[in-house]
Design a protein around this ligand. Sequence first.
Ligand code: HEC
Ligand code: HEC
Length: 249
Amino acid sequence: MRSLILALCLMSLPAWAQAPKTSSFDLMKPETQAMQRDDASNPAMLWIAEGRTLWSEKAGASRKACADCHGDVGSLRGVAVRYPAFKATQHKVITLDQQIQICRVQEQKADPWALESRPVLALSALIGLQSRGLALLPATPAEASTLAQGRALYEERRGQMNLSCAQCHDDNAGKSLGGAVIPQGHPTGYPLYRLEWQDLGSVERRLRNCMVGVRSEPYPYGSPEMVALEVFLRDRAAGLPLETPAIRP
Ligand code: HEC
Ligand code: HEC
């Protein structure tokens, strides 16, 4: 009886609730979904293995490994779902990949790694994997101004096609565009292995593809605009589970 009442309450939900948030995973072919579900057939696991090696490798003038300060990488469970994050020590919001760069230079005292380089992606994927299945978290009050900047960029029309992110990912999500279905655009699986790239890439690489797609100049990796867009996307996707490392077509 109690469950019947609960069922009736749930049935009345859609009247006022918004369209449910969905991951692009739901739009993929069953074969591609199977590839993501099975770690043994997910090519991103090659980067994860590399990340594990890097995690315990002593480097730089400090002769310290990530593990020497952070312990088992499993202790970073819950970290990836709250990045990009405001860092008081940096006086700004930074991405997880930028945090890895900072530890590399400031803590290990080693040569810097570029964004989108193989070691940064490998460690970022490994740290992301620790939070697989956890819900992405909304922006915090300290991230509010970056969130607002990200929202403005998301709604701004750009490029020769004069299209905003919102026009595709909010107004036309679910419709097809030149063979692909436009997803809601939630960053649930990054860094991920994209079949089209034959490579692992960050969410910034994906956003640059979307920017080039509307014939606009893409923002540089790690730029304030990229970081702001990522904070907005994370907040917009809040509640969806992290899939890192995902597969996309
Ligand atoms: C000498 C010690 C040291 C080493 C070596 C080190 N870190 Fe850190 N790491 C820190 C400290 C201290 C912080 C906290 C900094 C802050 O909050 O601004 C931190 C923060 C982080 C965070 C953010 C955690 C959070 O809760 O937000 C990540 C991720 C991280 N480190 C990854 C790495 C990786 C990957 C490596 C190896 C490439 C590494 N660290 C090497 C000391 C170290
Ligand atoms: C012309 C329509 C269009 C515009 C404008 C556009 N995108 Fe996309 N976006 C797409 C399509 C289509 C895909 C999926 C492509 C595929 O999987 O083959 C995508 C994928 C994405 C994804 C990846 C989702 C996932 O699960 O991997 C994100 C995030 C995203 N877009 C964000 C943005 C942002 C932010 C902007 C604005 C800077 C933007 N997009 C502009 C069409 C668009």
